[in-house]
Structures are given as structure tokens and as C-alpha cells.
Design a protein around this ligand. Structure first.
Ligand SMILES: [Zn+2]
Length: 408
């Protein structure tokens, strides 16, 4: 009996089975909860909730996780999902690297994350080697294949989670299947895909700085620029999953040509790609910078992380580049603050790692362009999830999806 079938088995119990799965899903979202919290959330009586929880404990899906705070009486028992019930293989596809990791149903990573150098393009043929390495990772883990509930992927570009299509990358003309279906045929388990910034927003909402927040924005400043929108405590993906494409909003009149085909997009002046391009052009034009040494005189190797490293070592050219990006991002964020009135903006990604070199000019821009009353209500912070943010977002989406599929 596979765990997948085990969840199906719970579902077959009828109404109480569906309620058990809803309880498990709720425990996943909260981490741990008291009987009272579960009753209120699932809208069941206390005796029914207790009976269902005790059956879940007996079947080793749920275990006690210590005591909660008391309101004067006895401290309540807290319940949480048991670890290792099922696993999600997570694949975070970036422009030049793919990160792969396995997570269990409690988001505990299983073994190390694998980083594969890979140049993302339309070519599906070359992507086969990445898929093979992902399959190897599962094979080499101690996890029984039947406990693999599915694969959850994220990548840049317009990605529709409903249809499983990505419109920018891995769109081989010889194979018209949506990317999701193409991968599902390879793995022979369910596959889900989403946009990278939505994955980042989901990880922040579930286990990062947006946890418990109702209205927050997640600004991904990496090779590209993207926006994750959290409203009313949910990640809002838009009608087709395309929300948050701020990298391609018009920023400069008669600006540089963007890879999307338009001119003057925000990404042409405030992205990792733009930053690396400006650094290379500047140095080629004779700008003095330690980036030359840091890249071992190979200018092609200059990437955002290297520019941040140079800035941290006091390199004026790198600091100036980051400052310009910060000002431009700040101007764009002002528009977002005015539109969304968020309580929190979380910055993520390689460029966000530049810290104050980015945030100070950014704040200056925000103060210049934003209405004070709205700006005052917005806190701006850096993510502390690091490079695992997108993978975690894939894992959260995978577990959510698995439960939702079984409560339909
Ligand atoms: Zn563009």
C-alpha cells in the first residue's frame, strides 16, 4: 500500500475521511495546533475533532507536539503531522542553474540540495539531462519510490499552473505537450508547475517573514525582477497565473531593448541580467574595479553575486551600480505601495543580498515618490530564507496540492 493510496484510503471513509484530510492539511499549514484551533478551523464539534485526531494518531499520521499556551486552565495538547509520510521532489529552474531537493510532508529537506549548471532556453532536449539527475536523486535517497507523491517545479516566465504551460522556456515545437505533462510522462507521478516568484511568495507566507500577514509583497530581485502578491492571506496568481510580471512594465522611454521584445522594461535597468551587463560594459570601457580580479579576468563570469561581493569589499564601481538599481527599484516599488497598500515588502534574490547598498537608495526613492501616509504603514525587510526560498515554495505548493486533490 503506497502512501498515496493511504490518503485515498482515508478519503474512502467518506465524510469523516474528508474531514481527516482537511485536519491534516490544516496541521500542515499551522505546523501544530490545539484541538480547539482545529475545531474552529474545520468547523467540527470538539468530540468529533477529538475522535478524528485520535484515529489519525493511531494511524501514525498525527503526533503530539508538546503543550500550547493556557488561558488559565490546563495547557492544551498540540498536534502536528508526523514526518516522512510522503515526499515531494522539488525543482527550482533558474536562468543558469537548476536546484533540486527532496522534502517530506512536514517540509523537512531530505539530504542535500543538488545544484546543476544549466542554461535555460526553449530547448527541451537538453532539459532531459536535468530530469534524469532529478530522478537519480530520488533513486539514491532512502525514500521508497511509492512514497513520492509528486514533483513540484518552478521557473521564470509566464507559467499557467492550471494548464501546465510555460510560454517562455522549454517550449519545444516538436512536442506540443504542456511542460507539466511532458515532465509527468517522464517521472510517471503527478507534476505541478508555477512561476518562480509565486513559489517565493508561498514560501514567505508559509514559513518566512510573511507568515501570519494578510497583505504583503515579495519582490524577487534576481536575474530578473518579479513580484509575488499576497492579499487576504493568499498568494494571488491572477487569472492565468501571470500576475506580478513587473519586470516588463515600462520604465524608460526609448530605453534599451528587452529580451521580451519591448523597449525600456524595468528589467533593462534593474535586474541581475542588467546589472551584469552594465558591469561588463563599464569594465570593458575602462572602469576601474576589483571585479576584474574577482572574475579572474574573465568578464563573462561577472554575475550579480560577484558584484555584491565587490561592493562588500568597498569597490566604488560595484556600489554605484547597485545604488542605481536600488533607485530604479525604489521608484517602481513606490507605484506598488500606492496600489497595494501592503503592510510588508520582502526582498529576495541575489541582488537583494546586497543589503544596504540596495535598500538605502531604494528607500530614498520610495520617500521621494510615495505618499507619506501610505509609505509609513509599509515595512521593508530582506528575506531570511536564502536560496532555498523557491524550493520551499515548490514543496509547500506540492503538499497543498496533494491534500487539495484528495478533498475534492
Ligand atoms: Zn521586457
Amino acid at each position: 500500500m503506497t502512501q498515496n493510496n493511504a490518503l485515498k484510503k482515508i478519503k474512502k471513509e467518506g465524510k469523516s475521511g474528508i474531514n481527516k484530510i482537511r485536519i491534516l492539511h490544516y496541521l500542515f499549514k499551522l505546523g501544530k495546533a490545539s484541538v480547539h484551533q482545529v475545531c474552529t478551523a474545520i468547523q467540527l464539534s470538539a468530540p468529533t475533532t477529538l475522535a478524528l485526531l485520535s484515529e489519525l494518531v493511531n494511524d501514525s499520521w498525527v503526533e503530539k507536539k508538546g503543550l500550547g499556551n493556557s488561558n488559565g486552565g490546563r495547557k492544551p495538547d498540540l498536534f502536528g503531522m508526523a514526518a516522512g509520510k510522503f515526499y515531494i521532489l522539488c525543482i527550482n529552474i533558474e536562468l543558469f542553474t537548476v536546484h533540486i531537493s527532496l522534502f517530506d510532508n512536514t517540509l523537512a529537506p531530505q539530504g542535500k540540495t543538488v545544484a546543476i549548471p544549466y542554461s535555460l532556453s526553449k530547448d527541451r532536449e537538453s532539459f532531459q539531462s536535468v530530469l534524469k539527475q532529478a530522478k537519480e536523486l530520488v533513486k539514491n535517497s532512502n525514500i521508497p519510490q511509492e512514497k513520492l507523491a509528486g514533483v513540484s517545479m518552478c521557473l521564470p516566465g509566464l507559467t499557467n499552473p492550471e494548464t501546465g504551460e510555460n510560454f517562455g522556456y522549454l517550449t519545444d515545437n516538436n512536442d506540443t505537450r504542456p511542460l507539466r505533462d511532458y515532465c509527468a510522462a517522464f517521472f510517471k507521478v503527478p507534476v505541478i508547475i508555477q512561476n518562480d516568484v509565486n513559489a517565493a511568495a508561498l514560501s514567505e507566507l508559509h514559513c518566512g517573514k510573511a507568515k501570519g500577514k494578510k497583505n504583503a509583497l515579495v519582490l524577487l530581485m534576481d536575474w530578473g525582477v518579479g513580484l509575488g502578491i499576497i492579499m487576504d492571506g493568499e498568494v494571488r496568481k491572477g487569472a492565468s497565473g501571470f500576475s506580478g510580471e513587473i519586470g516588463h512594465i515600462p520604465f524608460e522611454d526609448n530605453g534599451a531593448l528587452c529580451y521580451c521584445g519591448k523597449h525600456g522594461c524595468l528589467e533593462t535597468v534593474a535586474s541581475g541580467v542588467a546589472l551584469a551587463k552594465m558591469a561588463k560594459e563599464g569594465i570593458a570601457a575602462g572602469q576601474h574595479s576589483i571585479l576584474k580580479e574577482l572574475s579572474n579576468q574573465e568578464l563573462e563570469k561577472i554575475e550579480p553575486r560577484l558584484i555584491v561581493e565587490a561592493a562588500n569589499k568597498g569597490d566604488l564601481f560595484a556600489i554605484k551600480l547597485l545604488s542605481n538599481v536600488g533607485s530604479n527599484i525604489g521608484k517602481s516599488i513606490s507605484t506598488l505601495i500606492q496600489i497595494f497598500n501592503p503592510e510588508l515588502i520582502i526582498m529576495e534574490g541575489r541582488i537583494a543580498a546586497a543589503g544596504e547598498y540596495i535598500t538605502l537608495p531604494m528607500l530614498q526613492s520610495i520617500n521621494t515618490y510615495c505618499m507619506l501616509q501610505i509609505r509609513e504603514k509599509t515595512e521593508i525587510v530582506s528575506s531570511d530564507l536564502g536560496i532555498s526560498a523557491n524550493l520551499l515554495g515548490c514543496a509547500v505548493e506540492g503538499v497543498n496540492h496533494f491534500f487539495e486533490e484528495h478533498t475534492k
